[in-house]
Design a protein around this ligand. Structure first.
Ligand code: CDP
Length: 786
């Protein structure tokens, strides 16, 4: 495809990112760049306690400071019926606390002032009296009958248990385990981590008192859905609400939810009749906005002695924080975790999940993963590695034996997904070849004989992205479909308006390439607009790698619709019937007479100047895409590490990543996405963790406690690709944005455990800090020195 369309630069071309022209010049427009006349500034007072009853709030001193325009409390919000708001999982969340505080950093009051410094100074003068209650910092403690109930606000809620959810066939799974030669089990914990986008969350709410027009500039990955939620929650007429998400400095799932700050700033602008700006600082972002993961997982695999996998049993306990706010379709209480059977032909599986309230920030966002797939992928890949060792098999051979075969697609998993396409053997074979796996195993034996700890870790993941088909996938009842609107101007230049919202993924380039492929208009001539609800078609936004599978498909479909009309115009210009016209690379020609040509640009001009009688003038269209299925990108990652037994320090010697995301629109952008994802996966495996002390104090509220990998720590990545098109996607693409973060943590951890297995180490929970690795070596009695 790439060579055919070389001159047009549609699919498969490494087109440089159009958006970088403004970014590298420092000319991006982020929320904090927006300054409106008469704009006020808001700062939020947050709870120092994780769990406490509020017995009094005195705002009089704060209110008296010159420059303070208003102090907002939960009580004031309650008067406007805005003290509580819905979460993405249909629970309720306090906007400003009225009764209790339920996590450290929870929003208690807000000051609106002429400038930010005055607002922050005034926060210090708000007197809040708290009566502390025992903080619950683990879901295990939360589930004990003696634990204090966190959600006393909810009628009928007499424990901290939120949900019980099951997937798969319990009886069939029990039968598989009863007949198994061997059962391998693993308990593991996927720690709480945070997406930590470079730009924190914020907004500028501007409500015109004269017209009622509400324009809210907001760091949002899902502006259309937010507009609808605002209309429903605040009772504002939807046509008067315009959400603008300009340039977004990274989202990674963190900018999907509605946060209290957005609601308070909007209410304040409504009440005061002036624009109000609110921007979080780094600690506020880390302690109070959507976290990710925090799953305690138990997995068991049933196997035959020859390595055939026969069953999988999984139970989970999720730490949901104080409000159940997981970003996920309402049908699935733990998102798409039931993809936990991964890339394997497992005939039986059963998954149970329970969620518990704790005194921590809410979240469960799709942090570079599609609704909990990261946790699922981690569990199965750790379990498979341990199973291989227990069976005395090579981990690559165990995988190759049990992979779903390429002829088995479409494949229905034991938990009910229909995998669209795949060739797992090919991806793994390429990864093994690139890393010289078989030779490495020999080298490892020699190294072990010398007392060196060398480990080789593999992870073969299957992602599930592109939510999704309207029957099963929604957010708060809104079906997860997306639109694209395309207009070709008389000069043949185009504007494409998309419902998804780029936060650095390069949509302005790749979506223009889809139009280029379909219509033959160069990507430079296709301007891509997004992030403004008044000016783009409706859709559910960008997260969980859904942009390409859903809005990318809508883009291809609308371009085809426009092409059909252009063909009718071309037939008119060529004075032939439409059936006699054929299209290739931006040119319409007469079948059998290739010299008679009308370009797409000629047809566009004629759409406004010389169209046939009876035809509606203009050349534009809109398409809303309801995907028939999800898409299932996949890959195999291989990591080689060396572990120092005396310090526990581990170093990545090699990292090979083979990804298959179907047809690649822009290979350069895909590789960038994979690099970013691998870097995040490495960070999670090696250093990222938000934890809490026994009082519920958040450890990880700044970048000296919450460690992100920099270029210094990040290993070099070697990439490879296979191409297995998605059969139902109009251009055969699968999403890729999340895959590497989903697939790689297990590969890093598997490599370290591989190195330490002979010493007796069976598992270390992430992050694998050198201290933890050293302790595990000591505990296994395998150290050479102390
Ligand atoms: O939803 P999000 O944009 O985060 O994820 P995605 O759909 O996986 O796409 C990430 C970026 O990679 C976008 O710019 C896509 O257009 C691009 N991409 C691509 O060029 N080819 C693919 N097969 C998949 C994604």
């Amino acid at each position: 495809m790439a060579t055919e369309t070389e001159e047009i630069r549609g699919l498969g071309h490494r087109v440089k990112r159009k958006e970088d022209d403004r970014f590298i010049r420092g000319k991006g427009t982020y929320i904090d760049d927006i300054k409106l006349p008469g704009m006020l500034h808001m700062a939020i007072l947050r709870s120092p306690y994780a769990h406490a009853t509020i017995t009094g709030i005195d705002v009089s001193k704060a209110q008296a400071i010159p420059g303070v325009v208003a102090v907002v409390t939960g009580e004031l919000m309650a008067q406007h019926n805005l003290a509580w708001m819905p979460t993405l999982s249909g629970d309720t969340q306090a906007v400003l606390a009225t009764d209790k505080v339920r996590f450290q950093g929870q929003e208690v009051a807000a000051v609106i002032a002429e400038d930010l410094y005055t607002a922050k100074d005034a926060l210090e003068l708000i007197m809040v009296e708290y009566d502390p209650i025992e903080p619950i910092v683990t879901p295990q403690r939360a589930m004990e009958p003696s634990a204090p109930v966190i959600r006393t606000d909810k009628e009928g809620q007499d424990s901290n248990h939120i949900y019980h959810w099951e997937s798969g066939d319990k009886e069939a799974t029990d039968r598989a385990f009863a007949g198994a030669d061997r059962v391998v089990a693993l308990d593991t914990f996927y720690p709480r981590s945070h997406p930590a986008p470079v730009e924190t969350c914020g907004c500028v709410a501007d409500i015109n008192p004269a017209t009622g027009q509400a324009t809210i500039y907001m760091t949002s990955q899902a502006p259309h859905a937010i507009r609808t939620v605002f209309a429903l929650v605040a009772g504002l007429p939807e046509e008067n609400i315009r959400i603008v998400s300009p340039d977004i400095g990274g989202g990674f799932g963190n900018k999907v939810p509605v946060y209290p700050g957005y609601v308070v700033a909007t209410a304040a602008s409504l009440l005061l009749g002036r624009p109000v700006k609110w921007i979080e600082d780094r600690s506020e972002n880390l302690i109070s906005t959507g976290f990710a993961r925090d799953f305690h997982m138990h997995g068991e695999m049933a196997l035959k002695d020859d390595g055939t996998m026969t069953g999988l049993r999984v139970s989970l306990l999720a730490d949901e924080g104080a409000f159940h706010a997981d970003a996920q379709p309402s049908k699935f209480k733990v998102g798409l975790f039931h993809i936990v059977t991964g890339s394997y032909d497992l005939p039986a599986a059963h998954v149970t999940a329970d969620g518990a309230y704790t005194n921590k920030a809410p979240g469960g966002v799709a942090y570079r993963c599609s609704f909990r797939v990261t946790e699922a992928s981690y569990l199965i890949e750790r379990l498979v590695q341990n199973a291989a060792y227990e069976l005395g098999m090579d981990p690559a051979d165990l995988r190759l034996k049990n992979f779903i075969g390429k002829d088995q697609f479409p494949y229905t998993s034991a938990t009910g997904f229909v995998y669209d396409s795949g060739d797992y053997h090919a991806a793994m074979s390429l990864a093994l070849e690139k890393v010289s796996y078989r030779e490495l195993r020999k080298e490892q034996e020699e190294a072990r004989a010398r007392g060196e700890l060398v480990g080789i870790g593999l992870a073969s993941f299957t992602e599930v992205v592109g939510a999704g088909p309207h029957k099963d996938y929604d957010i708060l009842g809104l079906k997860m479909n997306d639109g694209a609107e395309l207009r070709i101007h008389p000069t043949g230049k185009a504007i494409l308006k998309i419902s998804v919202q780029t936060q650095g993924q390069g949509h302005e380039t790749t979506f223009a390439q889809i139009v280029a492929e379909e219509l033959g208009i160069q990507p430079e001539d296709v301007k891509v607009m997004h992030g403004d609800t008044d000016n783009t078609p409706y859709g559910l936004g960008t997260y969980a790698s859904r942009s390409t599978p859903v809005s990318g498909a809508a883009t291809a479909m609308v371009a085809r619709r426009v092409r059909q009309k252009a063909a009718r115009i071309a037939a008119h210009l060529l004075e032939v019937s439409e059936e006699d016209v054929e299209f290739s690379k931006g040119k319409f020609s007469v079948k059998g007479a290739p010299d008679k040509v009308v370009t797409i640009q000629d047809a566009a001009f004629a759409a406004y100047t010389n169209f046939p009688d009876g035809m509606e003038p203009g050349l534009e269209g809109v398409y809303y895409y309801d995907p028939p299925n999800l898409t299932f990108p996949f890959g195999t990652y291989a990591v080689v590490v060396e572990v120092d037994p005396d310090t526990g320090v581990w170093k990545v010697r090699r990292m090979v990543a083979v990804d298959d995301c179907g047809v690649r629109i822009n290979p350069m952008i895909v590789e960038g996405q994979i690099h970013g994802g691998l870097c995040e996966g490495f960070g999670i495996a090696a250093m990222e963790q938000i934890t809490f002390d026994e009082n519920g104090n958040c450890i990880g509220a700044n970048f000296t406690d919450y460690l992100l990998p920099t270029a210094w720590e990040t290993p070099r990545f070697e990439l490879g690709e296979t191409v297995t098109p998605s059969p139902h996607h109009p251009i055969g693409a699968k999403g890729v944005g999340e895959s590497a973060t989903v697939g790689s943590p297990a590969a890093f951890v598997n490599a370290v455990i591989d190195a330490l297995w002979p010493l007796g180490v069976r598992n270390i929970d992430m992050p694998l800090t050198s201290a933890k690795v050293w302790e595990a070596i000591q505990a296994a009695g395998g150290s050479t020195s102390t």
